[in-house]
Write a protein that binds this ligand. Structure first.
Ligand SMILES: Cc1ncc(COP(=O)(O)O)c(C=O)c1O
Length: 399
């Protein structure tokens, strides 16, 4: 590879593995955000960034910490009080006895997923992932040198995990299964039977499980069950989560991994050379989020539920497109095959024609013909976005 100055210094092959569809997926979104910042009339439905501000008590805790000089290095794996708060929360949800020293504080769930990929897999290993999946998984697993083996979940089955296909994808090289429960972009919440089948698979083939639970607090229909709660699963499961979605804190980068004891020292070593501790004031805010009232968090969940229902209603009668109802989260998939456009064309042309940004779901591992729409924007924006989508689709149907 030659650089602009004609040098021939090579880059790591890693750079190829972290490029590609996942990185490219955001191009249209970035374009929309740039236009929005310029004051143009765009409706951003392409990202899951809560439009709520972080609740004031959390901000106050962080500001107070800053003012009192909490600007120094912090313990690499996180402050004991925050690790304790996370362990208690996980214990309350799973019924497990969770020691705080199983918790490693990291810079968001994304950082947690990355740390898991590096510490659990090696070049040549395979990681089975039900798809559609969150768009960063491919590069995250690829960064470790492992290979992501996608296992399709069909739209016709409501994107529920296909357990036979999952098992058929396991080979002697399979090291782990990564999955988001609830899922982004499908909004599927795995039920007990599905989780038990995955647990059984993990036991029989001796696999690690990485359970990404960033939307666990945003379940609208049914209850969330953490796979770590199932018998013998805590010893092979890393539960990754964060406050980004539940407490409208994506910019704080407050996340964690709850890992079996055998893995914790290695995650700690990685945290040491990768992150060197999360800012103390961010940890102070996170602790307030986890120990204070959960009224704000439930209020936001109610908003998301109403927004989901409003989008489903607004698009229900639009000929040529079909929404899949999510059980959780802040996204839904839209089947656009009836318009005759590919999903990439639909997203591009919709944006050009009406300034509404949605994402082609293909980089999420979805079959062609699906786009992902976020309902994290406020109600009036969503209403306007849906109105424009309906008008765009109607325009396509005209001769
Ligand atoms: C399924 C899933 N996992 C992980 C993340 C990353 O979250 P965080 O902000 O905690 O890094 C996201 C963000 O959208 C997500 O949707």
């Amino acid at each position: 590879m030659n650089d602009a100055a004609g040098g021939s210094r090579t880059l790591s092959p890693l750079v190829e593995r972290i490029a590609g569809r996942g990185a490219a997926a955001w191009a249209l979104h970035q374009e929309a955000m740039t236009a929005k910042r310029r004051g143009e009339d765009v409706v951003v439905m392409s990202v899951g960034d809560p439009d709520f501000d972080t609740p004031p008590a959390i901000v106050d805790a962080a500001v107070g910490a800053l003012r009192s000089g909490d600007t120094h290095y912090t313990p690499i794996v996180g402050r004991p009080s925050l690790r304790t708060a996370i362990a208690r929360r996980h214990a309350a949800r799973t019924g497990l006895n969770v020691e705080p020293d199983r918790v490693v504080i990291l810079a968001g769930a994304q950082n947690g997923l990355f740390a898991c990929a590096l510490c659990l897999t090696a070049p040549g290993d395979e990681v089975v992932v039900p798809v559609p999946m969150y768009v960063t998984y491919e590069a995250t697993i690829g960064a470790a040198g492992a290979r992501l083996v996608p296992v399709p979940c069909d739209a016709a089955q409501g994107f529920r995990p296909d357990l036979e296909r999952l098992e058929a994808a396991v080979t002697p090289r399979t090291r782990a299964l990564f999955f988001a429960n609830p899922n982004n972009p499908t909004g599927v919440v795995m039920n007990r039977r599905e989780l038990e089948a995955v647990a059984d698979l993990a036991r029989r083939y001796d696999l690690w499980l990485v359970s990404d639970e960033v939307y666990a607090d945003l379940v609208f229909d049914g209850a969330h069950l953490s796979i770590a709660a199932l018998p013998q699963m805590a010893e092979r499961t890393v539960t990754v989560s964060s406050l980004s979605k539940s407490h409208a804190m994506p910019g704080w980068r407050t996340g964690w991994a709850i890992a079996p004891p055998v893995l914790v020292p290695h995650l700690a070593n990685l945290a040491l050379c990768m992150l060197y501790g999360l800012p103390g004031f961010a940890q102070a805010g996170a602790e307030e989020a986890l120990t204070g009232s959960d009224a704000d968090s439930s209020r936001m969940r109610d908003h998301y539920r109403r927004r989901r229902d409003a989008v489903l209603d607004a698009l229900a009668e639009v000929k040529g497109i079909r929404c899949f109802k999510p059980q959780a989260g802040m996204f839904l998939l839209l089947d656009v095959r009836g318009t005759g456009l590919t999903s990439a064309e639909f997203a591009r042309r919709l944006y050009r024609a009406s300034g509404v940004s949605v994402l082609d779901a293909a980089p999420f591992g979805a079959a062609d013909g699906l786009v992902r729409l976020s309902f994290s924007a406020e109600e009036a924006q969503l209403e306007e976005g849906c109105r424009r989508i309906a008008a765009f689709v109607a325009g396509l149907n005209k001769p």
